[in-house]
Design a protein around this ligand. Structure first.
Ligand code: AMP
Length: 628
């Protein structure tokens, strides 16, 4: 069957299509119910099947590929390389799971993981999955305040961390950040388990902290605990329009079927192939395509602790591809923009043999045409832009590289819908628009397996965030259009989420921090286009009456506050003092218009605006600040 037939089959009878796909993974008990509706009015795939995600990632391979490398750990940051076979990884995971079990961690318990890209981080995730415990990985760049919010929401029994992470050549002490987060949080986990790295040992608190290896010493290796297809595997927090991050809940069954489907059909990978997800376990890509997907699919996965440049140079990606004979990789465009800036001619790439590489996937943010063309010319392999989000857990649009005649790339498009995703574009009233017309990108329900259907402990918030705006459809939060041939074009978010170097951040969260400055009366944080990072946040600040603070001083203070309370990853570096902000008559800041002004997009004057002249005022200030 070709793409058209597969797509139609999935659209016309989703249950039959995904029942067939579910047979390609090993269940302890095969599901009888394929698709069901939940009490919350959402969906559930394979609810009564029994399985274990760690079994699929490790145990099932022991006989057939036990001595194959499961993870190639490559850390130019610490000059370390390590090859871990499936058998070795299995031993490590079963032992660590045994240690966690002895501490009382079991099915349904939550565990927060705050770790750098070291193999122990993968061990941590898989050990939780083995026990049926629910992990929540918090990206290492988040500040203690952000971690504390996640601790209070997930209420973990234990926190797993390491003594330090490495940012370029700088060591970042992780343990004090975890201590601070626990101090700030109302919920207190019973233990922090610390993986001590020799380059920086953490001070331990005798009452709460346990050493990574001591805690598993003498513990019985743990077996896989059967879980239901609909039981949660992990919680991953992501930014939404409103301040508090959303704990996206991923199930076990749908996730495993979807990853197996995506790895083979979308990414074109086969067991034994070498795969590199060049991201971090703190993001959804790290969950789906650094750890679970490639291991479930029997690939050898690269686990890379470094940066595309300066570790030691902009040739590091090409060195990794050559050294491990990488067949396919995934990366955010920002990494290639950084490499290109350092090495515009691609001279470093020419030093290496890249012939193993079949294609390169990019996603997470817009792929600009100039980076695409540079990469395409340099590598001479398909450069594939594809689109997904934390909530979906796997791609929504992409060519199917595992099939004959995958659809060709089209500049500016993230390609066609993957079978299972019935993607439409609707206007503000939910009416479908014509081809090539821009609107809200939505997906007709039900969505395929793997997609999240819940926000941790807040099912109503899930419905409100994704299913209410356009009844019958999932609201992606992205705007764009579909051309006459079904190619999807993403133009950007339609909400207050911005994308900084492929990291999704809420401007609302930054606004909360900025407005807590004593001189600030009100503010709007919006995303300005940036050649390297895609977008960067910029604060428009209205001062309290009578405040005479110096602009540079205020900017420096706000930058530091956002750095301390959100994290360095926010890249908040610019604050502009304005006299007033454009508002509706009911007093709402017109953020959508501000976004359009900064993007130099045309906008219609909203009928609800209070005072039109403010827009000219703001446009001039933005121009002076070089923001447009
Ligand atoms: P995240 O949930 O952090 O993976 O971010 C998802 C968001 O990133 C999407 O909603 C899009 O706004 C954006 N995004 C992801 N992939 C692409 C892509 N290929 N092109 C443009 N934007 C993308």
């Amino acid at each position: 069957m070709g793409y058209n037939e597969e797509y139609l089959a999935a659209q016309q009878n989703p249950e039959a299509y995904w029942a067939e796909q579910s047979k390609r993974i090993k269940w302890f008990k095969a599901p009888e119910t394929i698709l069901s509706k939940t009490a919350n009015g959402t969906y559930s795939w394979y609810a009564d099947g029994e399985m274990n995600s760690c079994y699929l990632a490790l145990d099932q391979h022991l006989e057939t590929r036990g001595d194959q490398v499961a993870l190639y750990y490559d850390s130019p940051a610490t000059d370390t390389k390590q090859q871990i076979t499936y058998k070795q990884l299995h031993t490590k995971v079963a032992r660590f799971a045994g240690g966690l079990k002895r501490l009382g961690v079991g099915k349904g318990d939550t565990v927060v993981i705050y770790m750098p890209m070291i193999p122990e981080a993968a061990v941590a995730m898989l050990a939780c999955a083995r026990l049926g415990a629910i992990h929540s990985v918090v990206f290492g760049g988040f500040a203690p305040n952000e971690m504390a919010i996640r601790i209070d929401d997930a209420k973990p029994k234990v926190i797993l961390t390491a003594s330090c992470g490495i940012e370029f050549e700088k060591k970042i002490a992780y343990k004090p950040l975890v201590d601070k987060a626990i101090d700030l949080a109302a919920h207190k986990p019973a233990h922090t388990i610390v993986c001590q790295r020799p380059m920086m040992m953490a001070e331990m608190n005798a009452e709460r902290d346990l050493d990574w290896y001591d805690c598993q010493h003498g513990a019985e290796p743990a077996d896989c605990v059967p879980v239901k297809g609909s039981d949660p595997l992990y919680i991953l927090y992501t930014s939404g329009t409103t301040g508090a991050p959303k704990g996206i809940v991923r199930d076990n069954g749908g996730h495993a079927v979807a990853l197996n489907y995506a790895l083979h059909n979308v990414y074109g990978m086969n067991p034994g192939d070498v795969w590199w997800g060049a991201s971090d376990i703190g993001w959804v890509v790290g969950h789906s395509f650094i750890v679970y997907g490639p291991l479930m699919g029997g690939c050898s996965a690269i686990f890379f602790e470094g940066k595309p440049i300066r570790t030691p140079d902009a040739g590091t990606f090409w060195r990794v591809i050559d050294e491990y004979k990488v067949n396919s990789m995934f990366c955010a465009p920002t990494a290639f923009r950084a490499i290109r800036k350092e090495d515009p001619e691609g001279a470093l790439a020419k030093k290496y043999d890249l012939s193993s590489l079949n294609w390169v996937f990019v996603a997470g943010e817009k792929l600009d045409s100039s980076t695409y063309q540079w990469l395409d010319t340099l590598l001479q392999v398909p450069v594939i832009d594809h689109w997904w989000q934390t909530e979906t857990g796997w791609p929504m649009t992409s060519p199917m590289m595992g099939w004959d005649n995958p659809s060709e790339a089209r500049l500016g498009s993230t390609n066609k819908a993957i079978p299972g995703y019935d993607i439409r574009v609707v206007d503000g009233e939910g009416q479908e628009v014509e081809a090539n017309e821009t609107g809200n990108i939505v997906v007709k329900l039900p969505m395929p397996p793997g997609v999240a259907w819940d926000i941790w402990k807040q099912p109503q918030r899930f419905t409100d965030s994704y299913l209410t705006a356009f009844p019958g459809y999932y609201h992606t939060g992205d705007g764009g259009f579909i051309d006459d041939d079904g190619y999807v074009y993403i133009t950007g978010r339609t909400d207050d989420v911005i994308n900084v170097s492929g990291h999704r951040l809420s401007t609302g969260e930054m606004e909360e921090v900025v407005s807590s400055h004593p001189a600030v009366a009100e503010c709007a944080v919006i995303g300005a286009n940036d050649a390297m990072k895609g977008q960067v946040p910029v604060g428009l600040i209205v001062l309290k009456a009578g405040e005479e603070v110096e602009e540079n001083q205020l900017e420096a203070e706000l930058v530091q506050m956002v750095r301390d309370q959100v994290g360095a990853l926010a890249c908040f570096r610019q604050a502009i003092i304005v006299q007033r902000l454009p508002k509706t008559r009911s007093g709402k800041i017109l953020r959508a218009i501000l976004r359009k002004i900064v993007a130099k997009d045309d906008y219609k004057m909203p009928s609800t605006i209070d005072d039109e002249s403010i827009l000219t005022e703001i446009t001039e200030l933005m121009d002076q600040a070089g923001m447009r």
